[in-house]
Design a protein around this ligand. Structure first.
Ligand code: NAD
Length: 257
């Protein structure tokens, strides 16, 4: 069954890279797509897929609310919010800490997801259904000494989706993340050949779109899906840590893994 046919999707960071690949894939599956990006190149993505572009700075709550409003006004509602806009880390936290850069990383990679989630949840709660899919990173599941602050923001996104999922499961809303390894997009800048020289695979953005589509089709919630070169895509199996959620007064819904 095609879960995207006739649906309305918002894709932040949809001007290029992974976001554009997801926007194209969703449109090909029959979705109407709102491309939200700071970069006016999002206009081109939107034109290519018969969607709508809305200039959006995800670090601003009002912009996220306006992007969701655009989906409702232009397409009659919102079914899927892909919170994908992000920036990479430059320089080493240990050798050269730049507080402004840290603030930017948190503003785009974390605030952007929190604000986008808030805006989408308002629309979804009213409707009684909806799916949120955030782009975290493999650096959101493992240590990543090359970009420690980026990694911290991406871990935060994983914590966020896992924690919000149980709060909205009764409203028919799913909240998941994809966690890609290295993907050949502008965010990696000049690093692609160096990564490849290390023998590490760099995947095409369409691989993330494959997994994004699969996550939505599976319909689970609270899951973080690695996007890696090997094996069949599957949600990351978190270890059985002691959890306050195992408190019998706050049971974890069965659908949450
Ligand atoms: N490429 C990789 O190796 C990789 C791996 C794991 C996760 N990711 C994540 O995937 C997501 C997409 O990145 P990408 O690889 O496609 O890189 P990219 O640079 O091609 O795309 C990022 C997009 O986000 C947009 N953006 C940046 N700041 C914004 C803001 N304040 N408001 C709105 N839009 C903004 C950019 O204009 C751009 O279109 C990011 O969250 C990134 O952290 C990337």
């Amino acid at each position: 069954m095609n879960t995207l046919d006739g649906k309305v999707a918002l894709v932040t960071g949809g001007a290029g890279g992974i976001g554009a690949a997801i926007a194209h894939r969703f449109a090909a599956a029959g979705a109407r797509v709102v491309v939200a990006d700071l970069d006016p190149a999002g206009e081109t993505t939107a034109r290519e897929i018969g969607g709508v572009f809305v200039r959006t700075d995800v670090t601003r709550l009002e912009d996220n609310l306006a992007a969701v409003r655009t989906a409702i006004e232009r397409f009659g509602g919102l079914d899927v919010a892909v919170l994908n806009a992000g920036i990479g880390e430059h320089g080493s936290f240990v050798e050269e800490f730049r507080p402004e850069h840290y603030r930017d990383l948190v503003a785009v990679n974390l605030d952007g997801v929190v604000f986008g989630m808030h805006a989408a949840l308002e629309a979804f709660t009213e409707r009684g259904s909806g799916a949120i899919l955030a782009t975290s990173s493999l650096a959101g599941l493992s240590e990543s000494p090359m970009n420690a602050l980026y990694s911290a923001t991406k871990h935060a996104v994983v914590g966020l989706i896992r924690s919000v999922a149980p709060l909205v499961i009764e409203q028919g809303i799913t909240v998941n993340a994809v966690c890609p390894t290295f993907i050949d997009t502008p965010i990696l800048g000049e690093a692609v050949p160096f990564i490849k020289d290390l023998g590490v695979a760099v995947l095409e953005p369409e691989r993330v779109a494959d997994v994004a589509e699969l996550v939505l089709a599976r319909g689970g919630t609270g899951q973080a899906w690695p996007v890696v070169p090997h094996g069949d895509p599957a949600p990351f199996a978190f270890g059985a840590l002691p959890s306050i959620m195992s408190d019998p007064h706050h049971p974890v819904p069965e659908a949450i893994s």
